[in-house]
Design a protein around this ligand. Sequence first.
Ligand SMILES: *Cc1c(COP(=O)(O)O)cnc(C)c1O
Length: 458
Amino acid sequence: MKFKTIIEPFRIKMVEPIHLSTEEQRRGYLKQAHYNPFLLNSNQVLIDFLTDSGTSAMSSDQWSAMMNGDESYAGASSWLRFEKEVQSLTGMPFVLPTHQGRAAERILYGKLGGKGKTFISNTHFDTTRANIEFSGAEAIDIPVKEGLDFASDFPFKGNMDIALLEKTIAEKGAANIGAVILTVTNNSGGGQPVSMENAKSVANVCRKNKVLFVIDCCRVAENSYYIHHNEAGYENKSYRQIAEEMMCLGDAAVMSAKKDALVNMGGFLAVKDADLAESCKQLLIITEGFATYGGLAGRDMEAIAVGLQEVFDPGYLNYRIVSTRYLGENIKAKGVNIIYPVGGHAVYVDAKSLYPHIPPHEYPGQALVCELYRIGGLRSVEIGSVMFGKYDSDGKLIPAPMELVRLAVPRRVYTQSHIDYVIEIFDEIVRTKDKVKGLKIVKEPQFLRHFTAHFEPL
Ligand SMILES: *Cc1c(COP(=O)(O)O)cnc(C)c1O
């Protein structure tokens, strides 16, 4: 018999309590947090879908590997194990451990960036863009047009627009391109996958123009799931083989291990070129740590090495993708628009069409984030004009192209009933949608403002 119920492929050995709260209490917490859920304490949250980053539950194998952590300053056995695992996944000989993804980004893009340089990506993730712009360079997003179309059910909406890539390189001049960055899956573009065909085309354009090709491989296992199931010619290749084939195309890779390496902290930079590796290593030693540990403890590197194996387990990946899809399909069934098909790590809800009466400068996405918390204690994050909005020279908001709210699902943490509870919150969201009001920003920093901005309801 073939069962239609897909069970969590793990059982629970240790539990962590969820602190229940009333709607009344949550109204108070929200006010104290200036209507920015980043400023809530975690014990004020029932279900935390703020991020899938660093929130994974580790396995018993990862915890036991941690006990074997070799904490030697230089040349630790844990480093050698980590290095071998990253080399085998990426096919890149030079590996630099970092404390998380953005440290790898700062080192690489700090090196390649600077005034006059341009970086091109399917969509720059927020820390990627911030590191590039901080160096003085510019960051241009060129997702395929299907990626911006809610109605399209194109299976690889994370792809990069190849014609636009060639045009942009020609316009800017190849020598002025810092790098082309392909993010798999495309986090800021809805967690949508990138096809192997697209990755190969990007690699060819880069090679032809002698431009560096970087793969941001935070979610390369989840991306491989979609290639295996939706791209012709890959149905008989394992998830791991698909990931290795894609990584081989790049000249360099950055990874936040807090995603598909199933750990709570860590990252790496991997490169093919010895000279680039050497100059990056100098920066690594100045700011992260010696070349054989970066910002990581030996036990962290052990856990990452195990996680990079476990994440390709077919039972795990199937549960992971199907569970996120179930969440998205059921929210959609209530008449709420989401980015469709559902991405691997998160459901992206369209706040613009849910709250058409709230204009972008009153932040419909932030309004939905606050409503989800007030009604059900669910923490989520706005991915719209709070995160990506800019001001013109007159101080007027240039809105982001989409007003989204991301429900990111931590790996191996929540069960089916938690997911069903979240779906139920949307009954009330739909019932009360016409009464919801927008917000205004009363305090904001210059970079990554969504982390610490203060809001007030209108
Ligand atoms: C999380 C993430 C990063 C940054 O990694 P951190 O570990 O949070 O510093 C970079 N790129 C993408 C696509 C990400 O999802």
